[in-house]
Design a protein around this ligand. Structure first.
Ligand code: BGC
Length: 363
């Protein structure tokens, strides 16, 4: 597709100066890739963490804003305090594994713990913290990473790729593929924080959210699922009809207390294995709409509860409490310890193959 411009801009938006505490072997290998379509939509992605650093989309009047939170410099991504995982691919297991351990085929595996006593988003050096190999394809960019056997405690050499494409229907299509040489667990997702008013705007509590799910997984105080699949009906977790995010945030609800707001996993109402609508987000003033479609069985809606004004974003504004939200398509947290839930096990000879789409529009 020759109308689509895919350019490689080495550190154009990301300034690569001196690297402090860099844990990558070749700093020069960090690059920025830009995808553009016919509708003036522009997406920047770096091979550091296969991270989406910016998504510029029009509002209903045609005004462009960057709706993805992120930093201006590579150093900020590398040295991020509190590690918000802005825009990155997280894994080998996105989300939490209780006490950083699980049993697979009678072998107990002990993972790095980086969230109290639990494992979160792949551990200390997860996929957000590594440099991926990049390959520019006709209308997409493919990032590959070989996670070594034993890395962060996981078994098996995992050959993983994520391919990002941008369509003229304003869709970012993310296609993940992986194979392994030993039985392992895999659950990768993208961790973009959205604010459809534009990054740097105050809160997402005025956004209207729909989640196509009748059940969610209640958690304990450490945000580990208790094992229950609870009906959303008559709880603040009911987004089956589009609802303003802020509407029930102050309800007296133990789950909201544990999450400091919404930081939970919804079990999607799926028809089959196809790419299906998981969630829809709408911001009334700009008219911007984001639809999230996926082949995955669940969705983590994280309301940016841990943002507290200390992180300064790419346009110089501090990211305040709940100034961005994540809609992370995935399997539910702690699935390796929940054999009754959809499996995250990948075995030699099998192929991990998932697709998630961020589709932008206006209304
Ligand atoms: C989790 C939050 C966590 C955040 C880190 C989200 O995916 O649900 O609990 O604090 O990632 O940025």
């Amino acid at each position: 597709m020759d109308h689509r411009i895919l350019s490689l801009v080495t550190c154009a938006l990301l300034t690569c100066n001196t690297a402090v505490g860099v844990e990558v072997s070749d700093f020069d290998s960090i690059k920025l890739y830009t995808l553009k379509n016919q509708n003036e939509m522009v997406v920047d992605i770096t091979n550091y963490g296969a991270t989406i650093t910016s998504i510029r989309v029009p509002d209903r009047a045609g005004n462009i804003a960057d709706v993805a939170l992120g930093y201006r410099s590579v150093e900020s991504y590398i040295n991020a305090i509190d590690r918000p995982y802005f825009g990155s691919v997280v894994g080998r297991y996105g989300n939490r594994i209780a006490k950083g351990s699980f049993i697979l085929d009678n072998n107990k595996y002990t993972l790095a713990t980086n969230d109290g006593q639990n494992h979160l988003h792949g551990g200390k050096m997860g996929f957000d913290k590594v440099v991926w190999k990049a390959e520019v394809l006709e209308d997409s960019v493919k990032f590959s990473y070989l996670a070594r056997d034993g890395e962060e405690g996981y078994p098996g050499n995992l050959a993983l790729s994520v391919t990002y494409s941008l369509t003229d229907d304003n869709e970012i299509v993310m296609h993940y593929e992986a194979t392994t040489d030993k039985p392992t667990v895999v659950n990768v997702t993208n961790h973009t924080y959205f604010n459809l008013s534009g990054e740097g705007a105050t809160t997402i509590n005025d956004h209207v959210l729909h989640i196509n799910a009748s059940k969610f997984t209640p958690v304990d105080a450490g945000l580990i699922p208790t094992g229950e699949l609870r009906d959303v009906a008559e709880t603040p977790f009911d987004f089956r009809t589009p609802k303003e995010i802020g509407r029930d945030l102050d309800a007296h609800d133990t789950q909201l207390k544990y999450g400091l707001g919404y930081d939970h996993n919804w079990v999607l109402d799926r028809i089959d294995d196809a790419v299906e609508l998981a969630a829809m987000l709408y911001e009334p003033n700009s008219g911007r709409v984001l639809e999230v479609l996926t082949t995955e069985p669940a969705l983590q809606f994280y309301g940016g509860n841990f943002l507290d004004g200390r992180l300064v974003g790419k346009s110089g504004k501090a990211y305040q409490h709940r100034s961005g939200l994540c809609l992370e398509t995935q399997h539910s947290p702690d699935s390796p310890n929940r054999p009754e839930w959809p499996s995250t096990v990948l075995r030699p000879g099998e192929k991990y193959n998932t697709t998630t789409v961020y589709r932008f529009g206006v209304k």
